[in-house]
Ligand binder design. Structure first.
Ligand code: HEM
Length: 176
């Protein structure tokens, strides 16, 4: 499976093209400049607050059972700062490679999980103090997350065993 086939599969299931998903990374001012570290921490916190109280869909909450909420917030926050134009906080903690698909491949994540993940993220984006008023950034982030979640699902079928990793407890101390 080539990178382009994966991108096409992610497009088919998310409805967002690779090019559309990348607009969030190209905004000027950048998402990092618009939200700052505080604003990105607010987004991760709003998101994981919703995930960790998702007792209506326990199959979804169970995917996160090897992680603590605080660690999950910290990992995602660092990733968002680094990805959207800020300092390389994720690299500082996790090493050189992001390997988003590999880091998710030990979990049982299919399209239904990607959709549930995005429902929580959409809700977090809409509740965010700055993004509520910045529809350009909010829409760009929505597309980015929508596409990336489905890319992760498509790519996880093609991971080699040595590319697999996982959450806070499974992955403790592992730096790539
Ligand atoms: C497809 C649905 C998804 C599910 C069910 C899912 C689930 C998880 C779980 C269970 C963890 C471990 C929590 C931790 O301890 O850090 C995790 C980590 C993480 N997720 Fe996701 N995730 C999904 C999509 C995404 C997307 C779309 C992104 C970013 C665009 C993302 C970014 C991350 C990051 C950066 C980490 C930390 C990884 C690490 O450093 O080990 N995830 N995710």
């Amino acid at each position: 499976m080539s990178k382009f086939q994966l991108q096409d599969e992610a497009f088919q299931s998310s409805g967002v093209s690779f090019a559309e998903s990348q607009q969030a990374l190209q905004l000027s001012p950048s998402i990092y400049e618009r939200l700052g570290e505080e604003g990105l921490l607010e987004l991760s916190t709003l998101f994981y607050d919703r995930v960790f109280r998702d007792d209506r869909e326990t199959w979804f909450l169970n995917i996160f059972s090897s992680s603590t909420k605080q660690q999950a917030i910290d990992n995602q926050y660092r990733f968002l700062v680094q990805t959207f134009g800020g300092p390389e906080l994720y690299k500082e903690k996790k090493g050189k490679y992001t390997r988003l698909a590999g880091r998710h491949a030990n979990y049982n994540i299919g399209r239904r999980a990607a959709d549930r993940w995005n429902q929580h993220m959409q809700d977090a984006l809409q509740s965010h103090s700055i993004l509520q008023k910045d529809s350009e950034a909010r829409m760009a982030l929505e597309n980015y997350f929508q596409y990336t979640a489905h890319y992760i699902v498509a790519a996880s079928d093609f991971m080699r065993p040595d590319q697999l990793s996982g959450g806070t407890k499974i992955d403790e101390g592992r730096i790539w």
